[in-house]
Write a protein that binds this ligand. Structure first.
Ligand SMILES: *Cc1c(COP(=O)(O)O)cnc(C)c1O
Length: 463
């Protein structure tokens, strides 16, 4: 069983256990710019800084755990996506990755559109002033209330996900005397993750309407018959954390095939296709994502080629990156509480957060890296597992990473690339108080989502 911490000695490669890691990095103090947000550096004292502010000062002021979001980096990524897809294409930021009023305002100012997939996300978007026509509503089981609010506010598109929903949205639009722009989400039989994709004729999942068996073509037939719906195009989303464009190639080909069938049967060329999100980011130094302009060029070329061979004019292409915009722009700062060395295995480093602020490792076996950020160290590398404080042995934040062997309670460590799907999936497990999101820019920090308090927890508990 676990023993109490004793001074950690150097670790030799021949005693390292099996794991998800490669050799320790040459310099544990280096903060790889591919993984950390753009303004992260180290100051003369060795502390990491973001936007010029030492993390030691941020910890004093805002406490730990906390997410620090590099505002200029976020806006630069919005601009890069917008410029890459400018002229005939649209970028819809996937709000589920992380949404707050400040995020909505920045998206608005940078000219991006916004995907929402619940009434709560829609309310946040509208409250922060995103024009309704720049919002798209997603979801495989939108409630009547969500549909009603979206249609009533005049959202730019609703992405239809089932036969029942076609009727539901049409009824609401009719009742409100509106004609709602819609896309139909189809499943193309491609599932893509990181470097692999699987292309089959069928797809076994809850989202969308299958191209296989003519179901999607039937959905198009039904939508075209309804006066209260305006069919703008076809939508497809194939996976997450994708690096290889081959899955998009198959997906685009199958969607364009449907557009050609629709033209042949109905004499209409649908003006839009949406290829979804899922574009990968660097969680560790081994990941090598493509730049937005490369992705835009690749997708544009695929669609243009497929439309050329089908004799269709090229539709307006939209994409929905969430992770690729916000993921790299934030890190989570933790304080080390205990350091427990298990002989011949690894060292367990317990931090003051855990699966309540980052569920991705427990949920998807996600890979992360970690660094000592309150100081530098010349101690040898120590194979570490960063774990949280929850009552669950699967409460792991970073499965395998190297930290310096002199790591001690009170040190600050940070996990980069936690901007997406961390705060947005955060929970109150063990009645944890969800951490704040602090935006940093040009030497200044500002809370955009405050830390929860015990009063917040107790307010919902009405006894
Ligand atoms: C989740 C999702 C996205 C965003 O995925 P990322 O991996 O964050 O880019 C885009 N579109 C749809 C329909 C989604 O469900």
């Amino acid at each position: 069983m676990s023993r109490s911490a004793h001074p950690a000695g150097p670790r030799h490669a021949d005693v390292l256990p099996e794991g998800h890691y490669t050799a320790p990095p040459a310099d544990l103090n280096e903060l790889d710019p591919r993984v950390w947000s753009r303004t992260v550096a180290r100051d003369a004292d060795g502390a990491a800084t973001v936007a010029g502010i030492p993390v030691t000062r941020l910890a004093e002021e805002y406490g730990t755990p906390a997410y620090f979001l590099d505002q200029d980096d976020f806006r630069a990524r919005c601009r890069a996506w917008h410029e890459a897809f400018g002229g005939g294409a649209d970028v819809f930021y996937a709000g589920k990755a992380f949404l707050s009023r400040a995020i909505v305002r920045w998206l608005h100012e940078e000219g991006l559109n916004l995907d929402v997939c619940s009434g709560g996300e829609l309310a946040t978007a509208l409250d922060a002033g995103m024009p309704a026509e720049r919002i798209a509503l997603h979801g495989n089981n939108k409630s009547d209330a969500e549909i009603e609010r979206a249609v009533g506010e005049g959202v730019g598109r609703i992405v239809l996900d089932s036969f029942q929903e076609i009727v539901r949205v049409a009824h609401v639009a009719e009742r409100l005397g509106k004609r709602q722009r819609v896309q139909i989400r189809v499943t193309v039989g491609v599932e893509a993750h990181t470097h692999e994709f699987i292309a089959t004729a069928h797809e076994d999942q809850k989202f969308g309407i299958a191209l296989a068996g003519g179901q999607a073509a039937e959905a198009v037939r039904r939508v075209l018959k309804l006066n209260s719906l305006e069919l703008a195009g076809i939508h497809s989303h194939i996976g997450s954390q994708i690096f290889d464009m081959a899955g998009f190639e198959v997906s685009a080909r199958r969607v364009v095939q449907l557009l050609a069938e629709v033209r042949d049967e109905h004499g209409v060329e649908l003006p839009e296709i949406d290829l979804g999100g899922g574009l990968g980011i660097a969680y560790t130094s081994e990941d090598d994502p493509r730049e937005p302009h490369e992705i835009a060029a690749a997708l544009g070329a695929i669609v243009t080629r497929e439309c050329g061979s089908a004799g269709l004019s090229v539709p307006r292409i939209s994409v929905e990156p969430g992770r690729a915009i916000v993921g790299p722009t934030a890190f989570t700062l933790y304080e080390v509480g205990t350091v427990k060395e298990l002989d011949g295995l690894r060292t367990y480093v317990s931090v003051d957060g855990g699966m309540s602020d980052n569920i991705r490792t427990a949920l998807y076996d996600a890979e992360y890296t970690v660094a000592l950020v309150s100081r530098t160290s010349t101690a040898p590398p120590m194979l570490s597992r960063v774990v949280g404080k929850h009552c669950e042995s699967g409460d792991i934040v970073v499965r395998d990473a190297f930290l310096p062997a002199d790591l001690a309670p009170g040190d600050l460590i940070a996990v980069p690339a936690t901007g997406a799907y961390c705060r947005s999936m955060a929970s109150n497990y063990n009645h944890a108080l969800r951490p704040p999101v602090v935006a940093v820019k040009d030497g200044e920090a500002r809370v955009i989502v405050r830390r929860e308090t015990e009063e917040d927890l107790l307010r919902l508990d009405v006894g």
